[in-house]
Design a protein around this ligand. Sequence first.
Ligand SMILES: [Zn+2]
Ligand SMILES: [Zn+2]
Length: 165
Amino acid sequence: MVLDCKQLFDIPGERVAIDCLLDLSDYELFSGKPFAEPVQIKGIAENRAGIVSLSMNCSFRLSLLCDRCLDAFERQFSYDFSHVLVQSLHSEDDEYDYIVVEDNMLDLDDLALSDILLALPVKNLCKEDCKGLCPVCGVNRNTETCECLKKQVDPRLEKLGELLK
Ligand SMILES: [Zn+2]
Ligand SMILES: [Zn+2]
């Protein structure tokens, strides 16, 4: 969605409600296309005493593969973002704090996508304590048990065990 910000910039007190869907079903991320459903964007853009701000919530569900055990899982995400919108910058230092809206047209989809990419975790785990795959036989250690790692006793501990006998 492209938001026309002309009135927002011109009229103090002006408010625009945002409620739209962003289709990212073709977007590639984490070596797949995880956005099975559109991202729901809800928010408000308003001019308060001449300062135009945008607050939005992006909620969506991702179909992911666990980085440790490679199992498929889905997770719901919900992020709040806010920005100050300006028509131009006064100094280059401000670049990171403000969103410059060129020609009064703000591409909300682009902004939401870059916000989401910055907010997403770097690692995707099916659960906090995922045990992953056995490096020896490859079973999923969350659902199966194997003896591989038990057999590999640290040789130093083995020595210690002998001494204690
Ligand atoms: Zn896992
Ligand atoms: Zn094993």
